[in-house]
Design a protein around this ligand. Structure first.
Ligand code: HEM
Length: 189
């Protein structure tokens, strides 16, 4: 007769969707990012959304607008219809498209982010600006998705953009230590 003592212990909980050790993204995050980009960055919406995003970014952080020679002295209304603004915003959103296309391939994703990081380190963009962009982007995603928005989508993009800033900081360290080595006075030894 059973006295309840022979029940099997519950099996240890296995995390069936572990975060990638490099990017921190789970498979669920990858799917959230890919699906939301179908709305934000598809062929018909990408250019308009890209300009819309930059207008909000520059309105929130005018010092970022000042980093662009072509945009520095323009009003936001002028930028709204500027072909150069459209070209720049679109090239940034194409860079994001290439992140999304490779979000399930950590090695490639990190390679893409490292390239952008080197080019921006050379433009003297601080890591803090990448972080500011992250917050504006997350709000923009929420606004664009409307009733399709979920906190899980926001969390997935947040992870991706935090991973970008982390890689940027790594590149900063690498480049600065390279510069220090190159600036070392030569000795005869
Ligand atoms: C998600 C983050 C970002 C992405 C994916 C991105 C992407 C790009 C791309 C693809 C270009 C054109 C190619 C190049 O010069 O590398 C570019 C240029 C540039 N970006 Fe970014 N960027 C990001 C964040 C930022 C931030 C935070 C700033 C701060 C102001 C910034 C400032 C610039 C500037 C000044 C240029 C040069 C524009 C020109 O002279 O034509 N970017 N960016």
């Amino acid at each position: 007769m059973g006295c309840g003592g022979s029940q099997k212990p519950a099996p240890p909980k296995v995390d069936d969707d572990p975060p990638d050790p490099t990017t921190g993204l789970t498979l669920k995050d990858v799917i959230m990012i890919e699906n939301s980009w179908k709305i934000i960055g598809n062929r018909t919406t990408l250019k308009q959304n890209a300009v819309g995003f930059f207008l909000i970014l520059f309105e929130t952080y005018p010092h970022m607008q000042d980093r662009f020679v072509l945009f520095k002295d323009k009003t936001l209304d002028e930028l709204r219809t500027s072909p150069e603004m459209k070209a720049h915003a679109t090239s940034v959103f194409y860079a994001l498209t290439s992140y999304v296309d490779n979000v399930d391939d950590p090695e490639m994703l990190v390679g893409l982010v490292r390239k952008i990081s080197v080019s921006h380190f050379c433009k003297k963009i601080p890591a803090d600006d990448f972080d500011k962009l992250r917050i504006v982007f997350l709000n923009f995603v929420k606004y664009l998705l409307g009733d399709k928005y979920t906190p899980e989508i926001e969390q997935a993009w947040d992870k991706l953009l935090r991973a970008q800033t982390a890689v940027f900081k790594q590149i900063e360290e690498e480049m600065l230590s390279k510069q220090e080595t190159q600036e070392m006075p030569k000795t005869d030894i």
